[in-house]
Write a protein that binds this ligand. Structure first.
Ligand code: TGC
Ligand code: FAD
Length: 391
């Protein structure tokens, strides 16, 4: 059955024709290329790397960056709809695209030299090269300001020492955007491009995950890793630089989570209409209808939040706290919808015959990465009260 979307409030009427076309194109890609293989990938812990170039051809990698670097130059709402559709397929596929676009191409575009832009952006946009983003460390997750990774000046560049943890795409990446403190610059945080094969750099994969199994997650290890001078991101400086990247990715996640929720909700609805107990479809019982009423209401609220955030972002007016609100609300909403949908499928809900449990397990990671739910609570709290409660 072709997916028709979830649109209780005629939100389509608030989208431009170009935005709808973008969404429908990605929807078709997800239906034909991702849905048929994703349960198998998830079970086998395999990222479908063969789809990367196809995503590049469709303009899904770094989609808001300008055409002169081979990117699609889409607006923010169109980018949000891309994330929504990809995550309806699987959070791991959206993760891949988020990292490549918001956490690798965005910093190269924003903080990179013209040479770095010309060297990397067109290849990353086509999916010919893959990138990853190394901020989190084993002992510094929510508090990246404490990072231990150090860069020390040498005659020809920099010597990098330290490690990063939980890095999406790490093992398969051709280039890692790595954040480190520069000892000779008062421990200022700067970004470095670490290329695959650089001596002293390794990226072992993290195994035994119960979540995001169709996505590669890795450690990054730097042991006297020599980085040439031309690989520092010259415009980067301070924790603000990586946090600016997170704002881009968190925005995409706010939309992506809606896609995962839509997948669970529509699966549960179709099931409830067909499943007979006590001689009636379970959809006819008031207790089940209450679940659908709650779910469609929460999905609709999340859609409106994401759309208005996108319009603010297009005007350059979206604040980090507004982005936190949408990431926090929409991911928690999706997780709740996944759990409720699972109950509607009864025992069948725990199997790989339906996508719900996969989405639910994936969303546990999404709830934690890009700032945990708690951290976003504190960001909103600080904005409202003017008092930081992190430390
Ligand atoms: P703080 O003093 O608040 O901020 C330092 C400077 O940065 C500015 N800033 C931001 N700028 C842009 N966007 C944001 N979201 C920003 N947040 C803060 C801030 O104004 C300040 O600027 P300036 O000019 O005064 O220097 O820094 P803090 O050390 O107190 O930290 C605050 C806190 C806790 C909110 C921050 O550290 C944080 O967000 N922690 C969470 C860490 C996190 O989200 N990690 C994500 C790692 S990447 C990832 O998970 C990828 S998953 C990929 C996938 O598969 O999709
Ligand atoms: P911690 O920071 O140790 O937090 C543990 C608990 O303590 C959480 O509940 C948290 O909310 C709470 N807590 C922490 N501080 C406070 C506080 N001040 N007040 C109240 N509660 C607090 N990182 C990258 O850099 N790049 C990536 O590509 C990337 N991909 C990821 C992929 C996956 C699958 C996962 C799981 C993580 C990924 N991450 C990545 C890391 C992710 O961003 C971190 O896991 C996240 O920021 C939380 O850090 P932590 O796991 O160290 O938890």
């Amino acid at each position: 059955m072709k997916f028709k979307g979830v649109d209780f409030y005629n939100i389509d009427s608030l989208l431009t024709d170009e935005e709808k076309l973008t969404r429908d194109t990605v929807r078709e890609f997800v239906e034909t290329r991702i849905v048929p293989i994703i349960e198998d990938c998830y079970e086998k812990c395999r990222f479908p790397i063969e789809l990367v170039k196809e995503m590049g051809e469709l303009g899904l990698l770094g989609p808001t960056l300008p055409a002169e670097y081979g990117c699609a130059g889409l607006g923010q709402v169109a980018y949000g709809l891309v994330s929504q559709e990809l995550e309806r397929g699987d959070s791991g596929i959206r993760s891949f695209a988020s990292v490549q676009g918001s956490l690798v191409m965005y910093p190269i575009y924003t903080f990179g030299s013209e040479e770095q832009r010309r060297k990397w952006l067109p290849q990353l946009a086509k999916g010919e090269k893959i990138g990853c983003f190394g901020l989190t460390e084993p002992d510094f997750g929510s508090n990246p300001a404490g990072m231990l990774t150090r860069a020390k000046r040498t005659r020809n560049g920099w010597l990098l020492n330290g490690s990063k943890a939980w890095i999406t795409n790490g093992t398969i990446a051709d280039v890692a955007v790595v954040w480190a403190k520069c000892e000779d610059e008062g421990n200022q945080i700067r970004g470095f491009l670490v290329e695959k094969g650089t001596k002293g750099f390794s990226a072992p994969e993290i195994h035994r995950k119960h979540s995001l199994r169709a996505s590669v997650t890795s450690e990054l290890i730097f042991e006297d890793c020599e980085i040439p001078e031309e690989n520092i991101l010259p415009g980067s400086g301070g924790l603000k630089s990586p946090l600016m990247c997170l704002s881009q990715a968190r925005y995409g996640i706010a939309w992506g989570a809606i896609g995962a929720a839509m997948a669970c909700y529509t699966t549960a609805l179709e099931y409830a209409l067909g499943r007979i107990q006590f001689d009636r479809p379970i959809a006819s019982f008031q207790l089940q209808q209450a679940k659908f009423a709650d779910m469609i209401t929460e999905i609709t609220k999340a859609q409106l939040l994401a759309l208005q955030l996108g319009r603010l972002k297009e005007q350059g007016k979206a604040t980090p706290a507004q982005i936190s609100m949408a990431k926090r609300n929409n991911v928690a909403m999706a997780l709740e919808v996944a759990r409720t949908s699972r109950t509607i499928l009864g025992g069948n809900g725990i199997t790989a015959d339906y996508p719900i449990m996969r989405h639910m397990n994936n969303l546990e990671s999404v709830y934690t990465y890009e700032g945990t739910h708690d951290i976003h609570t504190l960001i909103i709290g600080a904005e409202v009260t003017g008092i930081q409660a992190f430390r």
